[in-house]
Design a protein around this ligand. Structure first.
Ligand code: GLA
Length: 386
């Protein structure tokens, strides 16, 4: 935990925080744009993250500070908070609203919350999830709730749906909350079955090459892709009424889908079907330690996101090609997260990482060398008074 967050809390609120949470960001190594279709994902939590520090108040006021965003607010809290006209507040208010049935009495007395850290926003590293997960864990600890991790994950996701207006899947919140260091999180978003698969990160770093093009899920084509998938599912169900979600489709269903769906929707579905296959194949590669084959699947994933799903952009594609050509250093590379800007993640050999960073520096505004991290945990900063 970064001590500077504690100092910042004291400076802004004039007292010590009671609880603190480090909610990591994530890179997604495979399984992109599959989570909201009940598909498979393979994210890795990274050592860039957000700190959520909180203390209770007794005057019915929420003190909210996000110094890195230059934001600050004091709001009265009378019952379940409504959606606010200031977008940044809705991540926090949405979580408070979701926890209200369990923690309303405590939250109504007021609290101070500071969100700080080194995770950039709009870079495809799941900063929104780090805010909602960090807030959920901090408020849950403050109210001494005994809510299961997966329910906090769901509350964080619903906050985005209901208060922020992004129909995101569950991958980012799950990764920020449940990941284990040196493992990728294999998650089946239909059943919520999950498994931590060891990724021998010793000898590897995740290089995050940021395009400098900020993306916003609210304003990008993200919700449009979610809607296209819903439309494709509705059309396919006319022929297969028992189909629960697109994540159930296998490659053998692909040709049938092509004959039913309009061309654009058919390409979207094709991406989803083969991306899920890539995740299946990738876990096998990790189990047998075949990182080269794993890397090839990352390259294929990027090409499919570019050509079939159309969520890349020229800046991402240029960085992807620049990274892929560094064969001595790079094992795999792809855009990570929603796309439409943001970053390319590259698995890079540690001994070549600095040279790689140097070579990419002229092309990417920032190249961050990241290691893996554990998911969020709340801890007490000071003893609770008895
Ligand atoms: C964003 C969303 C996730 C997921 C990715 C794309 O990060 O928050 O739920 O859909 O995009 O894989």
């Amino acid at each position: 935990m970064d001590a500077s967050s504690t100092i910042e809390f004291r400076r802004r609120f004039g007292r010590d925080p009671l609880v603190r949470v480090r909610a990591p960001g994530r890179v997604n190594l495979l399984g992109e744009h599959t989570d909201y279709t009940g598909g498979l994902v393979l994210p890795l939590a990274i050592d860039l993250g957000l700190d959520a520090l909180a203390s209770p108040r007794a005057d019915g006021v929420m003190g909210l500070e996000a110094p890195r965003m230059g934001k600050s607010a004091r709001l009265r809290i009378d019952g379940v908070p409504p959606v606010h006209k200031e977008p940044w507040l809705n991540y926090i208010l949405g979580v408070a609203a979701e926890l209200w049935p369990h923690a309303g009495k405590t939250l109504e007395r007021g609290f101070d919350l500071l969100i700080d850290g080194d995770l950039p926003a709009g870079a495809g590293l799941a900063s929104s999830a780090a805010v909602t997960v960090g807030t959920a864990y901090a408020l849950s600890a403050l109210a001494d709730l005994r809510i299961a991790d997966i329910d906090l994950v769901r509350a964080a996701q619903r906050a985005e749906h209901r208060y922020v207006g992004v129909q995101c899947g569950i991958m980012d919140q799950a990764a920020s909350a449940l990941a284990v260091r040196d493992h990728v999180l294999f998650l089946d978003c239909r059943t919520l079955e999950m498994r931590s698969v060891p990724l021998a990160m010793r000898g590897l770093v995740a290089a995050v090459c940021h395009t400098g093009v900020q993306h916003s899920l609210r304003e990008s084509g993200y919700n449009q892709r979610v809607a296209e998938c819903a439309e494709a599912l509705a059309l396919l169900r006319r022929e297969r009424p028992a189909l629960g979600c697109l994540g159930e489709l296998r490659p053998s269903d692909g040709t049938a889908a092509r004959s039913i769906l309009p061309e654009t929707l058919a390409r979207r579905v094709e991406h989803i079907v083969f991306e899920n296959e890539r995740v299946r194949e990738a876990t096998k590669c990790l189990d047998r330690g075949d990182l080269r084959a794993f890397g090839r699947l990352m390259f294929e994933s990027h090409e499919s996101l570019r050509d079939r799903y159309e969520v890349s952009c020229p800046e991402l594609d240029a960085l992807f090609e620049a990274a892929r050509s560094q064969e001595d250093a790079v094992i795999g590379a792809k855009m990570t997260g929603a796309g439409f800007g943001g970053a390319v993640v590259c698995l890079v050999r540690e001994e070549r990482a600095l040279a790689f960073q140097e070579r990419l520096r002229g092309r990417a505004p920032t190249v961050a060398l990241c290691r893996s991290a554990d998911g969020a945990r709340a801890s007490l900063c000071t003893r609770r008074s008895p």
